[in-house]
Design a protein around this ligand. Sequence first.
Ligand code: GLU
Length: 471
Amino acid sequence: MTIRTRFAPSPTGYLHIGSARTALFSWLFARHHGGKALLRIEDTDKARSTQEAVDAIYHGLAWLGLDWDEEPVLQSSRAARHQQVALELLEKGRAYKCYATPEELEEMRRTAQAEGRTTFYDRRWREPQQATPQGMPPVIRLKMPLEGETVIEDAVQGRVTVANTQLDDFVLLRSDGSPTYMLSVVVDDHDMGITHIIRGDDHLNNAFRQYYLFQAMAWDIPVFAHIPLIHGADGAKLSKRHGALGVESYHQMGFLPEAICNYLLRLGWGHGDAEIISREQAIEWFSLEKIGKAASRFDMAKLTALNAHYIKEKPTQELYALLEPFLVEKYHGLSGEQEHWLRQGLPALQERAKTMRELADMAGIYAGMPPFALTEKGKAAWTAEVKQQLTALQQPLTQISPWTKETLEHTLKVFADTHRLKLGAVMMPLRLALTGDTASPSVFEIMAILGKAETLFRVSTLLHDKNAAVQ
Ligand code: GLU
């Protein structure tokens, strides 16, 4: 049997970070088994579905590196087929026409509420005693079992049981002939040959109803795997107030897709102690059995730590390309010289940055224009004494030739010895002049990359900067 999974998002907003995990799990499961991972856009709710949201799904998945086999299925294009199945069920006697009016349904709902029942429809049209009303289009309902219980062996949740009295004869076709979500999902899953339905456990209740729809059509029932939802750090279901929810926002915040995928995978799934898991390893190791049953909590600090790891590991050339949009946004483009500097300085910066946005900030050493505004720490460090040292450093710096890391190191060591200073104390004023901050990668490296003229220019700029008042 070839495994076939699907990811079936409703395009009503951004690609939710929780949906991204569902997509990842479906994809990994298919890839692990050498099967097919399919995509279905559930756009039947015309009022809420937008093209923008469809595009956000495509972009988000592509950004995460999740590709799909076969053409994506647009659920809305299959309405005629969904209707046909409802009519077939009607013919087979597995479904029936129901003419209950909105007022009657409301009445039934009220009674059910008063009696504390979750199902309300009283099945009055299942074996009708009354005459069919004229000129009133019916809905079509599925005949559900009246007693007993339904058991689903869920690949994640284990055995789940529901009393059949909890399951009502749900609607397959509305009175305007439009198929309901419940019908569309089952017909599509069958027609797409889906063997494993992997999705959020908010759909577990639907599974019991869908189960009977498969059965009524004498179709194979796929394996269900309902994965727990992601909660916020406070334990509540992940919602807007927990911050960004769309995958695109994480991209904007400067997260790499590798970090997001690694994080989402580890959230509720594990392979021994492995924390850093490559795509290849994930495909090799993924299994539904190891998905936890409990909801997992979204932990921004963990995601950020993973992101720092992936930034560090990224080949510098590739990282530069990924950084470019952030550079454009922040510096409106770089001169050839700035780009040349930054490419050389990037390896040291990527060691330190936790997000691409932070990396773009750090890139200011090479991409920014002096004078550099001193940071708070920089301001505190800019004392009369430090200013004096920087003045004194100008002369020996001017004389260095050739201008290399080694000659710089040598000259500044001699300077420190002569003035009975620690090397660190000599570097501080230079660091302030070059970066405006008290922390940065090696000052020797920065000076070597910027060259003599730019270094001396920055030193002199800080010395003459009227906005940089000494403390
Ligand atoms: N379209 C549904 C959703 O976005 C998923 C349906 C399913 O996976 O069966 O929640």
